[in-house]
Design a protein around this ligand. Structure first.
Ligand code: GLN
Length: 462
């Protein structure tokens, strides 16, 4: 169900927001996907009750009134636990609201709960969460992708109408692709990060997971813009224009052949809709992976230094000296993947006065430049979202290099600060395959409008 039809069903009294919640909570329990770390039933029923009153009075109905949504567990909601999928924060209760939550609440949306995620948003399969693996709603033996895997699974399984996630190198788009839903990462600086736990601050982007692009645009308009708490916000509005020229790649290394076939078929559909497809070469993927790894590891090692057993989360006061206490808390509180990144990041930062980190910014400029040049000839870029189909649980978790390859086609959009969105293109062996559209910097509105039209046109042909 989409936002508009759900609101209509409330207005026409086919159901109430409270009945909707009853159905959703039952489904979450029955499906057993482990897509939630916490269910906020008290909050939800309180909000739904207020919504119900507004619908009854037919007065003061808000933009997202009574719409159930969920949020990744690295966003702050006052009075609720915020774990980031980590043992380190397993008992931490947030003392304030993130801007995204505050805006959604003010728009009347109803919080179902906090979604499971890879620990501190590091991962591509949701297998690194301290709270257990999330299951793919299409087949429970497969992963939902990561790190916003709980969010994508929740929307895919109709446990919420939309979910808020974070995307640093693909964490919204790749799970959206694996769960057959829409995942949007806006241009950096559109949505405030206030109340989002930082992983890699210069790349972290707040984004949205929905069933349709139209819904995504509606939620985006509620969330965007300055809040006085994030100095990187700059919500420039593009000139409205039609996007016609699409760049596509004729060849791609390491991609699963079934994924690539779906991609090429999708490109032909776009041609039939009247878009002009132009072949382009993407030869900076490998460089982008190096830059992405160095930047995120350096920034993570610095951002996660605050988890020292004193201010937040896990504590151990058992007679150790200060260093001993840090070691014990951090040794116990963080999982393997988080430790791997902190150690690598610390090494990169210490080596030759931060030489690697500085170099990664040069690579980033180079990639952004290359993208800008590409966008002189095209309006949109289309790519598969992921090199592979959803994979089985356990298949890649012991092989970090293979797992890291999962970000190859998504990380460059974060490095270049451009908007990107994954939408479902088709299915192979009943598993969903997503296609990614990348837009020009700040062209988010045109990207969403064109995609919304494309999605509706292609639906008509089905
Ligand atoms: N899979 C990527 C990683 O593990 C992406 C993470 C993200 O976007 N938060 O780094």
């Amino acid at each position: 169900m989409d936002l508009e039809s759900l609101k209509r069903s409330y207005i026409e009294k086919e159901q109430t927001p409270t009945q909707m919640l009853d159905g959703i909570y039952k489904k979450i329990e029955d499906d057993e996907l482990n897509d939630f770390i916490l269910l906020s039933k008290n909050y939800a029923y309180e909000q739904a009750y207020l919504s119900e009153k507004r619908y009854e009075k037919k007065d003061g109905i808000l933009k997202l009134d009574g719409i159930p949504f969920s949020i990744k567990d690295n966003f702050a909601v006052k009075g609720l636990r915020m774990t980031c999928g980590s043992k380190m924060l397993s008992d931490f209760v947030s003392p304030y609201d993130s801007t995204v939550y505050k805006r959604l609440k003010e728009a009347g949306a109803v919080l179902i709960g906090k979604n499971n995620m890879d620990e501190f948003a590091m991962g591509s399969s949701n297998e690194t969460s301290f709270f257990g693996i999330v299951k793919n709603p299409f087949d429970k033996s497969y992963v939902p992708g990561g790190s916003s895997g709980g969010s994508a699974a929740a929307v895919g399984a109709d446990h919420s109408l939309f979910s808020i996630g974070s995307d640093t190198g693909g964490s919204i788009r790749q799970p959206a692709s694996f769960c057959g839903v829409v995942g949007f990462k806006p241009t950096y600086g559109k949505i405030s990060r206030y109340g989002l736990v930082a992983f890699s601050s210069s790349l972290d982007t707040v984004g949205i997971i929905t069933k349709s692009v139209k819904d995504c645009k509606e939620v985006f308009d509620v969330l965007r813009g300055d809040d006085g708490h994030d100095s990187t916000i700059e919500d420039l509005k593009p000139q409205r224009r039609e996007l016609k020229n699409i760049g596509f790649v004729e060849k791609l290394e390491h991609v699963d052949k079934n994924v690539f076939k779906i991609y090429i078929d999708y490109c032909s559909k776009l041609e039939k809709l009247g878009f002009k497809l132009k072949p382009i070469v993407l030869d900076f993927i490998e460089i982008s992976m190096a830059a992405y790894k160095i930047q995120t590891m350096c920034e993570a090692s610095s951002n996660l230094a605050r988890f020292d057993g004193i201010k937040y989360g896990l504590q151990h006061f058992s007679g150790d000296d200060l260093e001993g206490m840090y070691a014990r808390v951090r040794g116990e509180g963080f999982g393997k993947e988080v430790k791997r990144r902190i150690i690598s990041g610390t090494y990169f930062l210490m080596h030759n006065d931060g030489e690697y980190y500085n170099l990664s910014f040069k690579l980033r400029d180079y990639i952004a430049n290359r993208i800008d040049i590409l966008f002189k000839d095209i309006d949109l870029l289309i790519l598969p979202t992921s090199l592979s189909l959803p994979f089985k649980m356990g298949e890649k978790i012991e092989d970090p290099l293979m797992m890291h390859l999962s970000d190859s086609l998504t990380a460059f959009a974060n490095l270049a600060n451009v908007p990107a969105i994954s939408i479902n293109a088709d299915y192979f062996n009943s598993l969903p395959v997503g296609i990614q559209f990348v837009g020009k910097r700040n062209d988010d509105d045109n990207l969403l409008d064109s995609l919304s039209t494309i999605q509706m046109e292609l639906k008509k042909d089905e």
